[in-house]
Design a binder for this molecule. Structure first.
Ligand SMILES: [Fe+2]
Length: 207
């Protein structure tokens, strides 16, 4: 007979919502940013709720369906939390240009020029549907990759580190730009971006 081992979920197992110090942004209003951060906090809350639910259900075989549904939804909430942390933190400290060193060299090595990568990434961001355009670093191949992630979690590249994440859900731009303003939102995202943060993400992923 298999003995079921249960454990109690405590605060140390829970995720805490982060706070972000974001200056005034070009194009993206404080009101929509505040609303967006509330959505992020919802992802943190639901990540913790699902973790609690999974623990509560435990090894009760009569609740296998509930457990598998909770487990299935976990990636959506967890990745929603993590994607948004990458997105908001990239605005902290205000807009800073990409420096002429490590990350720029890596982008040029991969795509030939920064401009070629930039055009490609913006095309990825315009993918129809809701999701994310993400620049990843693959340490195993010392390689950068662009990807589109549907919703929060469908299409993430296993084992790779996200370095830059652009939220392309309508909630991130419709209030300020209208649905037809998606291209301008993408331009303003990059105008507001603190590339120093992205370089830090890249350096952490490489080292
Ligand atoms: Fe979002």
């Amino acid at each position: 007979m298999i003995k079921c081992i249960s454990y109690k979920l405590t605060n140390k197992h829970m995720y805490q919502a982060k706070t972000f110090t974001i200056p005034e942004l070009k194009g993206i209003s404080k009101k929509s940013l505040d609303e967006h951060i509330k959505l992020y906090e919802g992802y943190v809350k639901h990540t913790n709720l699902i973790l609690s639910k999974i623990t509560e259900i435990g090894a009760d075989e009569t609740k296998a369906y509930e457990l598998s549904e909770a487990q299935r939804r976990f990636g959506f909430e967890f990745d929603g939390m993590k994607n948004h942390e990458l997105y908001f933190s990239a605005f902290e400290g205000g807009a800073q240009n990409l420096s002429e060193v490590v990350l720029k060299n890596a982008i040029e090595k991969e795509w030939g020029s920064f401009e070629a990568w930039f055009a490609r990434f913006k095309t990825v961001a315009k993918t129809r549907g809701v999701g994310w355009a993400i620049l990843y670093y693959d340490k195993s191949a010392d390689k950068l990759l662009n990807a589109w992630v549907d919703e929060q979690h469908l299409g993430h590249l296993t084992g790779l580190t996200p370095v830059l994440a652009l939220d392309m859900w309508e909630h991130s731009f419709v209030a300020d730009y209208q649905p037809s303003g998606k291209p301008q939102y993408i331009e303003d995202f990059f105008a507001n971006l603190n590339w120093t943060k992205i370089e830090e993400n890249y350096n952490k992923a490489v080292n």
